[in-house]
Ligand binder design. Sequence first.
Ligand SMILES: Nc1nc2c(ncn2[C@@H]2O[C@H](COP(=O)(O)OP(=O)(O)OP(=O)(O)O)[C@@H](O)[C@H]2O)c(=O)[nH]1
Ligand SMILES: [Mg+2]
Ligand SMILES: [Zn+2]
Length: 350
Amino acid sequence: MPEQETFTALVTAEQRGGYTVLLDGRDLPAVIAGKLGGEAASRLDYPVVGDEVSVSLHDGGAKAVVHGVAARRTLLLRKGLGKDGDAQPLAANIDKVFLVMGLDGNYNIPRLERMLVAAWDSGALPVVALTKKDLCPEAELADRLAAVTLAAPGARVLCLSSISGEGVPEVEAELAGGIRCCFVGSSGAGKSTLLNRLAGREAALTGPVREDDARGRHTTTGRQLYQLPCGGQVIDTPGIREFGVAYSGEGLQNSFPDVSELAAGCRFTNCSHTGEPGCAVAAAVASGALTEERLENYYKLRRETERQAQRTDLKKRLEAKRRLRSFGRMVRDIGETKRRLRGGGDDPAK
Ligand SMILES: Nc1nc2c(ncn2[C@@H]2O[C@H](COP(=O)(O)OP(=O)(O)OP(=O)(O)O)[C@@H](O)[C@H]2O)c(=O)[nH]1
Ligand SMILES: [Mg+2]
Ligand SMILES: [Zn+2]
């Protein structure tokens, strides 16, 4: 077969059964080349929204075929469904992960802590976006904000209403300088509503939540990247009921620095914090400085990520390593990245 001419395109959407890529300002439907699919060792080898891919054009330029995926700067993963629980990539090459949570019945601290681990592991900077401020009684707001701040150390916490528009300029400021972010959160959290508010149009479908438990109805079904008037980009994703953590490099430690710091103060270095004398973790729980709920969730996530690491066989682990190398470096540089991104809007982090 003669060499095909290839072009570099951006994956902007992933729906069941296909992709959309952006090439020279045009959206094109795209499929995976047989060779790419055949050689894929895991889902990590398939394109995901935000990926830079090499494509060839077909049908007079109306269709694209994806032949390869460029190395990723960052990659957001979740534990996939099914027995093997293979890591499922959600979005690539993002600068920030917005953990979207409603201040209505959607509010759930353990879920936020869980998403935060994955966000730190992605190599991108986590930002917490609390939506539906208009639905939260004034008396509860301060407590909830305080609890979220404790649950998400090191992350910016924004509080907003996509209906009244309050707090939305702060979200726009986070996207200044061409920042690319991904919205994650459970169904009904208000991800697509916030996206529409930022886009200034009904770009994505939104749906009502159930009255009894504020659960959404899985309105968004695919992942899609939107270019916003403020210059930033948002990848909207479908709601995730149970955000399984696929892999953890430093995400767990980054998410629970308070627990690690406390543990360093225990009398015994191998303290299991289950009743040993001189346990600083137990003392913090007793004094209320650390909630029992947070400690329990930390243990749960630690067990989960350890189990996941054991289950992943060596070949897959090496495969993941190869893929994750490019942003593993970025994870190590997270402090630097944070400073750069926080330092103001005039230093566009591509
Ligand atoms: N009052 C109020 N309602 C909101 C706000 N944000 C979202 N909603 C409502 O919450 C419901 C769910 O919003 P969506 O944006 O569809 O939620 P989603 O997170 O995209 O949900 P999935 O696509 O299912 O994952 C809709 O009825 C929205 O109108 C807000 O700030 N205030
Ligand atoms: Mg949605
Ligand atoms: Zn201890």
